[in-house]
Design a protein around this ligand. Structure first.
Ligand code: ATP
Ligand code: MG
Length: 233
């Protein structure tokens, strides 16, 4: 029942396997299409392959078999310059936050705007606004190593969303956050989605997934065992 490649689709995977050397099968025969503007959860137990799926979509890992198309580009054969161009339109929130340890919170977030040429004053204004929205107003001058896990997670979220990417890949974005902060972060992700971004969130928090009520892909030991569409709203 696999669909045919279509460049208008934001993301398509065709018969994708991912094997980590020497023989760790992380994804098996994944076939799925995600359209532009969708909000999709990737659910499944620890080790099911959620992070691996997101890494394939960011071209951080390469599929061992099959095709991975993102925005009409085939990530299996993509060149280095094409990869860099693709990544400029993708906001990623990784499980490890990858913050610049010697730059302040505000600089970490503003830096994402510097690389796309936004003027200094505007960069810092936008970064401050985004950080305020997720409760980090008081911590903007702190260095990442001095923050709690949840604070670091919020900085990485602000940095991923600040330049309004067309595609947002979020790996357990609220794993370290309390319920209020979880809501604040999902409000940002949902708002980005309402503004047109495609959002893909890996999570094993089933309560949260139920509550947000969006399309959910379920992985089990590397296989896609469920694809549940939810009512709009
Ligand atoms: N770099 C790697 N080398 C070898 N095996 C790996 C590597 N990364 C992941 N794996 C394995 O691939 C499988 C899927 O891992 P993955 O990180 O995608 O799972 P996950 O669903 O994100 O789990 P979690 O909920 O714990 O984050 C696991 O069995 C894991 O041990
Ligand atoms: Mg993971």
């Amino acid at each position: 029942m696999s669909a045919q490649p279509n460049s208008r689709d934001m993301i398509s995977l065709y018969h994708v396997d991912k094997v980590y050397p020497p023989n760790q099968m992380a994804l098996r025969d994944i076939d799925v299409t995600i359209n532009r503007g969708e909000f999709v959860f990737v659910a499944g137990a620890s080790g099911a392959g959620k992070s691996t799926l997101l890494k394939l979509l960011f071209a951080e890992e390469r599929a061992s078999r099959g095709q991975v198309l993102v925005g009409g580009r085939n990530l299996v054969t993509i060149s280095r310059p094409q990869k860099a161009a693709l990544r400029r339109n993708v906001g990623v929130i990784f499980q490890d936050y990858k913050l610049l340890e010697t730059r302040s919170v505000l600089e970490n977030v503003a830096f994402a705007l510097e690389v796309i040429g936004v003027k200094k004053r505007e960069r810092f204004q936008l970064a401050f606004k985004m950080l305020s929205a997720i409760g980090l107003k008081e911590r903007i001058h702190a260095l990442p190593p001095t923050l709690s896990g949840g604070e670091q997670q919020r900085v990485s979220i602000a940095r991923a969303l600040i330049n309004r990417p067309q595609l947002i890949l979020a790996d357990e974005p609220t794993g370290n956050l309390d319920p209020d902060m979880t809501i604040a972060v999902f409000n940002l992700l949902l708002e980005a989605n309402r503004c047109g971004a495609t959002v893909i969130v890996a999570s094993h928090n089933l309560t949260l997934i139920e509550e947000i009520n969006k399309r959910t892909l379920v992985l089990d030991k590397g296989r896609l065992i469920g694809d549940f569409e939810r009512p709009k709203g």
